[in-house]
Design a protein around this ligand. Structure first.
Ligand SMILES: Nc1ncnc2c1ncn2[C@@H]1O[C@H](COP(=O)(O)OP(=O)(O)OP(=O)(O)O)[C@@H](O)[C@H]1O
Ligand SMILES: Cc1cn([C@H]2C[C@H](O)[C@@H](COP(=O)(O)O)O2)c(=O)[nH]c1=O
Length: 208
């Protein structure tokens, strides 16, 4: 049995990650690939419980270090209970956010530093990495408009300042520079089908 693959879809708020998750899943399924769709924070029973703690309540509910630790704890459970079993049976996992969100949000924008947050991942998930991280990039203001159009309500972290979200985007750009083979920036402007085609091109080399 060939091991499956893990693709993480990343980016700022409202850039189209959930939309593209479904589109990619449909295309992969048509090629006969078993696909497991998941998300972070969440993706396992324990991690979904931690999601509530992280995304609900006052913005200052957690200090920056506690927030990063909670994301790392949720990810550890998600990797062990959902991702590794799927990979072992040969499925592909597509995750709506993964480690690189922690590096960009808590590490870069939250001021903890990318390398300290990566250290938490090394401990929590034995530095398990996705085969490819696809970062959808869009002007933050356009992403906010798309997200507002969808549901109007921002969560604890989504509701942070434009400066914070600008730093998140800068963090993702930094990650793509540091690890160009694993982390790819994908232009998220244009219609859904155009963006899906860009994403498929960016994983073409991983296809069986
Ligand atoms: N290419 C596109 N052009 C215009 N609108 C889009 C495009 N892709 C998605 N949308 C719309 O933008 C909104 C946000 O999309 P989606 O929920 O997929 O984003 P997201 O990145 O998962 O958001 P969040 O970070 O808040 O979870 C939805 O209303 C969706 O229909
Ligand atoms: C995995 C992860 C997520 N976040 C933030 C990013 C978003 O504001 C929320 C998740 O909400 P979504 O609408 O379901 O994408 O959480 C983060 O700050 N750090 C992370 O590691």
């Amino acid at each position: 049995m060939t091991r499956g693959r893990v693709i993480a879809l990343e980016g700022g708020e409202g850039v189209g990650k959930s939309t593209q998750l479904k589109a990619l899943s449909d295309l992969l399924a048509k090629r006969g690939i078993e696909v497991v769709l998941t998300r972070e924070p969440g993706g396992s029973e324990g991690a979904e419980a931690i999601r509530e703690l992280l995304l609900q309540g006052e913005e200052k509910r957690w200090n920056a270090r506690a927030e990063a630790l909670l994301f790392a704890a949720a990810r550890s459970d998600h990797v062990e209970k959902t991702i590794l079993p799927a990979l072992e049976r040969g499925a592909w996992v597509i995750s709506d956010r993964f480690l690189d969100s922690s590096l960009a949000y808590q590490g870069e924008a939250g001021g903890l530093g990318i390398s300290r947050v990566r250290d938490l991942h090394e401990f929590g998930s034995e530095d398990f990495l996705p085969d490819r991280t696809l970062v959808l990039t869009l002007e933050p203001s356009e992403g906010v408009l798309r997200a507002k159009h969808r549901d109007g309500e921002a969560d604890r972290i989504g509701g942070r300042s434009p400066a914070y979200h600008g730093a998140v985007l800068a963090g993702f750009r930094k990650l793509a520079e540091q690890e160009p083979d694993r982390v790819k920036l994908i232009d998220a402007s244009g219609n859904e089908a155009t963006v899906t085609a860009r994403l498929m091109a960016a994983i073409a080399d991983l296809m069986p």
